[in-house]
Design a protein around this ligand. Structure first.
Ligand SMILES: CC(C)(COP(=O)(O)OP(=O)(O)OC[C@H]1O[C@@H](n2cnc3c(N)ncnc32)[C@H](O)[C@@H]1OP(=O)(O)O)[C@@H](O)C(=O)NCCC(=O)NCCS
Length: 247
């Protein structure tokens, strides 16, 4: 339950939220207006008291009020969770294809860049994304990969064609889980069941690592959602993200 309060100047509680620091950025997460409080009032107070924060809310009306006030909706996504009770059978890969130890190389960077092309609902793959993944493998920054639940897809030519990258437990959540940070299959290899194979590997690996759930976030228009639904993931919370301008 969110435990911090957004209060009006007269002390009335307008909303509850959870705050955290995300790599130096202040985040007000799970901002939930108190029932009966007009969202425009919550939005106005948030702009004052949470100026400069990244605001995440499951509340469509609050997000709409902030958008009406000129703030862009940056991301509209849903967090999904698999409770690992009923796992899909491991996928048998076609001849010559294997799942290898997770890692990062130029082929994988090229596959990820092509999978997240510019029209992708998550936006394109950038140099910063590659830096973030390298940071995990090279410096455990901000967390090390969860080896058991991560893997690289290797083709018959011995080159990386995709991957799944998980971490867990993660410091930005106050409950234990494995978090799937990324799954990608290069376009040339897509549509042949490799995404499902990587996801199934992540699920079995999460259970083997002794973590209770595998969680992830997917943006509203990403067709990958069908892959997650078919594997048995369930919705946890909607996450609408906006940046409140600094005062
Ligand atoms: C998601 C992704 C890894 C799936 O890889 P894949 O190897 O093509 O997946 P599979 O062949 O195992 O397909 C599994 C299911 O995924 C769904 N799916 C996933 N991506 C899809 C897409 N772009 N278009 C259509 N269906 C898609 C389909 O329902 C498919 O099931 P079906 O074949 O029974 O219809 C791949 O599309 C990708 O790299 N996408 C870009 C990166 C991305 O969005 N990652 C997820 C971030 S949350």
């Amino acid at each position: 339950m969110p435990d911090e309060e957004l209060r009006a100047d007269d002390g009335t509680v307008l909303a509850r939220f959870r705050s955290r620091d995300d790599d130096g950025e202040r985040v007000a997460a799970e901002v939930r207006p108190v029932p009966g409080v007009p969202v425009a009032r919550v939005a106005a107070q948030a702009r004052r008291d949470l100026a400069g924060f990244r605001l995440e809310t499951p509340d469509d009306a609050l997000a709409a009020a902030l958008v009406a006030d000129g703030i862009a909706l940056e991301r509209s996504a849903i967090d999904l969770r698999h409770d690992l009770r009923d796992l899909p059978e491991p996928v048998v890969l076609p001849d010559g294809w294997t799942l290898a130890e997770a890692g990062w190389d130029d082929d994988l960077a090229a596959a990820a860049a092509a999978a997240y092309s510019s029209g992708h609902p998550d936006g394109g793959w950038t140099e910063n994304d590659t830096k973030a993944v390298r940071g995990m493998f090279e410096r455990d920054d901000p967390v090390p990969p969860l080896a058991a639940a991560s893997a690289r897809l290797v083709g018959p030519d011995g080159r990386s064609a995709g991957h799944v990258l998980c971490a867990g437990p993660v410091p930005w959540l106050d409950y234990p889980c494995a978090w799937m940070l990324n799954i990608a299959v290069g376009p040339k290899a897509q549509g042949r069941g490799f995404g499902r194979a990587l996801l199934t590997h992540a699920l079995h690996g999460t259970r083997a690592a002794g973590l209770p759930t595998l969680d992830l976030s997917v943006v509203d228009d990403n067709p990958a959602r069908r892959l997650y639904d078919a594997a048995g993931f369930q919705p946890v919370i909607r996450v609408l993200t906006l940046h409140l301008p600094a005062a």
